[in-house]
Design a protein around this ligand. Structure first.
Ligand code: SAM
Length: 376
């Protein structure tokens, strides 16, 4: 057993690990992507860009706008710019194929909170082909005043919402507990320039809390409904991600849409440490999209559950005065329909722990069939 005497425990979202994480992207430029420390192709590739470009274009078609108006798209947390580049290519291709004049009207902002990353991206020449469409902007989404424009047709971000601290709560009978963390202060783990955040020994404990004193009334009911009924369970309180979304909505015009893709993680059975992923020296904490969807239930919103293996979710959100249904485009529409079935099945398997029985049944059937075959 680990000795935790004399260790300084922090509330998980206030742990010093988050400061190391913040500095990592701020100071590293394009290195995290070039070195392979941070994965990106799954959500930045051409197909993913196609789905999003399609969604944006199908929605633009529904707006009666003077042809002289600019189409303004902002990508936040662009990182190495892979998504932006694919998006621009595919957006141009669709416009040419369908004789739409949107590409010539497009103003696409590539942004990140790291000026170093943006400088290296600019210098890389990867966007030279799109010089008249793009601009680079240093934007920290926690400081939304720096976004002077509030008339975007679309705001996009991949793997941004998982960047913000979340709190982890457990509900056990009618008592609540919160995750606390301590990290080793052994100097041998702290090598500047090296990725140590994953390897550094961590110690956890759950402390009893009064949830109604910790959360605002507005969040409390919604968050409580994220725990699994009647069983001990752990849930992620993604308050940072929620704050970012609330900051961004006023930056859209009345027809504008916000499209955000990220890891999903709402709740798990038992006391779970709910450890995040560590990439390089960064933390990626799964986002509780269930909580976010419930919070924005009166807004035009769709959540797409894209990949049952890697729990990638895409949130599509608009201002309350957005007056139409979203045009999802063919692929997202199919995903949307499949989701209804997958969600029902997932709930069934997870909530009722039937997966084990199903596995045993399949195993039994296979053995039975093999025996039958051998006997014939
Ligand atoms: C996991 S990377 C994702 C990058 C890119 N979107 C991708 O999919 O590869 C997270 C990005 O978020 C940026 N970031 C972190 N905190 C931010 C903040 N407060 N405002 C804007 N960008 C931020 C980081 O600089 C980094 O580029």
């Amino acid at each position: 057993m680990n000795d935790t005497t004399n260790k300084k425990f922090y509330r998980y979202d206030l742990s010093p690990l988050w400061e190391i994480h913040k500095g990592y992207f701020f100071e590293s430029g394009l290195k995290p992507w070039k070195s392979g420390a941070v994965p990106f192709s799954g959500v930045s590739n051409y197909n993913e860009a196609y789905k999003k470009a399609r969604l944006v274009i199908e929605n633009l078609k529904k707006i009666k706008k003077d042809d002289l108006f600019e189409i303004k798209i902002l990508e936040l947390a662009s990182g190495n710019g892979e998504f932006a580049r694919n998006f621009l290519y595919v957006f141009q291709e669709i416009c040419e194929a369908e004789s739409l004049n949107y590409f010539s009207r497009l103003k696409f902002s590539i942004s990140d909170f790291s000026q170093k990353t943006l400088d290296e991206l600019k210098a890389s020449g990867r966007f030279d082909k799109f010089q008249s469409q793009i601009q680079f902007e240093c934007i920290d989404v926690l400081n939304p005043q720096v976004i002077c424009d509030s008339s975007f047709d679309c705001i996009l971000a991949n793997y941004l919402l998982d960047q913000f601290p979340a709190r982890i709560f457990v509900k056990d009978a009618n008592q609540y507990f919160e995750k606390y963390i301590a990290v080793s202060d052994d100097k041998k783990y702290y090598h500047p320039g090296k990725n140590f955040i994953k390897r550094i020994p961590k110690f956890f404990e759950f402390r009893s809390v009064n949830l109604s004193q910790e959360l605002s009334i507005q969040h409390l009911d919604i968050f409580e409904s994220c725990f699994r009924t009647s069983k001990t369970s752990t849930a992620v309180y993604s308050y940072g991600a929620l704050r970012v979304l609330r900051n961004l909505l006023p930056k859209l015009n009345e027809n504008g849409i916000l499209i955000m893709s990220d890891f999903h993680g709402a709740s798990r059975g038992g006391f779970d440490k709910y450890e995040p992923c560590y990439y390089g020296n960064s933390i990626a904490h799964p986002v509780n999209f269930e909580f976010i969807a419930k919070y924005f239930q009166d807004y035009p919103t769709v959540i797409l559950y894209e990949d049952p293996i890697k729990p990638l979710h895409t949130l599509i959100l608009a201002r309350p005065d957005f007056s139409r249904a979203f045009e999802l485009g063919e692929i997202y529409h199919q995903v949307y329909l499949q989701n209804k079935f997958i969600r029902a099945l997932y709930r069934f398997l997870v909530e009722f722990k039937l997966s084990l029985y199903l596995f045993l049944l399949i195993a039994f059937l296979m053995v039975f069939l093999c025996t039958l075959k051998a006997n014939v």
